[in-house]
Design a protein around this ligand. Structure first.
Ligand SMILES: Cc1cc2nc3c(=O)[nH]c(=O)nc-3n(C[C@H](O)[C@H](O)[C@H](O)COP(=O)(O)O)c2cc1C
Length: 361
């Protein structure tokens, strides 16, 4: 039976434990560039002992940013500042990953701490036109996004391809495609946001076409021996929306396209949904995908207790646990978890810390 501190080998990569930092936008870039902030933020979590660190949703084109301050990888200029962070993370034992994303109809908003109006930014306010499978705004009453044409879909897929190649050049050894939280790919999945009548809308096959095509293009550009994951909103949690059963079917298809792991999140595709939030509330979704599709999964969502995290791995409900907000509170969570689980020594921080803090006796 595997435990939280057991290594995990996927393709040519071995994670030193099953603890990952969930991708978290910092909304702290200019023109998409990573900065000292990103080096310290990501670097601290590498020092803290995480096995995997997935850098924030990184836009494959400027239009695909959630806010003007999002990170990006749409130009070669973005590579070196990110490479600085991957070198540091790898030097201190963490596997550096990146989530490539396009925000679709949820793009062009303010940083969350400024979002008093909860409205998209207009062009005058420094925003831009949002794009989506269908001209259906995220919130009723907002300006409708532009419906993507066939050729525009191809352009975006090409942007994912180019960003994949840049991610490799930046030194990442784990790639994630963002197919969750109401952003572009998820908005193709859900019948609530996808009203198309062409080959990208309607049936399950058509609604998943954008994701499967994009995954295929990215997989072909990403080294075969490196892990590739997809984050899904496994369910919309709402009548008439995308379902867990559909996620299981999509995961089977993605597995045959070379996807190694499904990162199981949920929701945020439509507003005003009441989620069953609580300790480990999305673990059941990871379990459903893992058992139903026979693919490795990551569980995420209010995982903050070491015994809980260890049990999720031990009971085979996920292969990796990803921690989001808890990792912001405590970058040394893996170290603290090793003490709580009475497994001292299973997380070793770099020597300048380790020789002082390891419990003795
Ligand atoms: C500040 C912040 C930024 C986030 N940014 C992203 C992101 O870039 N991509 C993503 O897939 N999820 C993002 N999320 C969601 C987290 O990855 C995670 O799924 C969610 O916070 C639930 O985990 P938690 O309960 O451990 O925080 C973000 C969450 C937070 C708190």
């Amino acid at each position: 039976m595997a435990g939280l501190f057991d290594p995990l080998t996927i393709k040519s990569i071995t994670l030193r434990n099953r603890i990952g930092v969930s991708p978290m936008c910092q909304y702290w870039s200019e023109d998409g560039m990573a900065s000292d902030w990103h080096l310290v933020h990501l670097g601290s979590r590498a020092i803290g002992g995480a096995g995997l660190i997935i850098a924030e949703a990184t836009a494959v084109e400027a239009r695909g940013r959630i806010t003007p301050q999002d990170a990006g990888l749409w130009s070669d200029d973005h590579i070196e500042p990110l490479a600085r962070t991957t070198r540091f993370m790898a030097q201190y034992g963490a596997v550096p990953g990146i989530q490539l994303a396009h925000a679709g109809r949820k793009a062009s908003t303010e940083q969350p701490w400024k979002r008093t109006r909860d409205k998209p930014l207009t062009i005058d306010q420094g925003g831009w036109e949002r794009v989506a499978p269908s001209p259906v705004p995220f919130r009723p009453g907002d300006t409708a996004p532009k419906e993507l044409t066939f050729l525009e879909i191809r352009d975006i897929q090409q942007a994912f391809h180019a960003a994949t190649i840049r991610a490799k050049e930046a030194g990442y050894s784990w790639l994630e495609f963002h197919g969750a939280h109401g952003y572009l790919a998820h908005s193709f999945h859900s019948p609530l946001s996808n009203k198309r009548t062409d080959q990208y809308g309607g049936s399950f096959e058509n609604r998943t076409r954008f994701t499967l095509e994009t995954v295929r293009i990215m997989r072909a550009a990403w080294p075969e021996n490196l892990p590739f994951s997809v984050r899904l909103s496994v369910t919309d949690w709402v009548e008439g929306g995308w379902t867990t059963e559909e996620s299981v079917e999509l995961s089977k298809l993605m597995k045959s396209e070379g996807v190694d792991l499904v990162d199981c999140s949920s929701g945020y595709g439509v507003p005003s949904v009441t989620y069953p939030v609580g300790q480990g509330w999305q673990v059941q979704l990871s379990e459903a995908v893992r058992n139903g599709a026979g693919i490795m999964t990551a569980a995420v969502g209010m995982i903050n207790d070491p015994a809980q995290a260890d049990a999720i791995i031990g009971e085979g409900r996920a292969d990796i646990v990803l921690l989001g907000s808890e990792m912001l509170r405590d970058p040394y969570w893996p170290f603290h978890a090793s003490i709580a689980l009475k497994k001292p020594g299973s997380v070793r921080m770099p020597l300048p810390y380790d020789y002082v803090i390891q419990p003795h006796g």
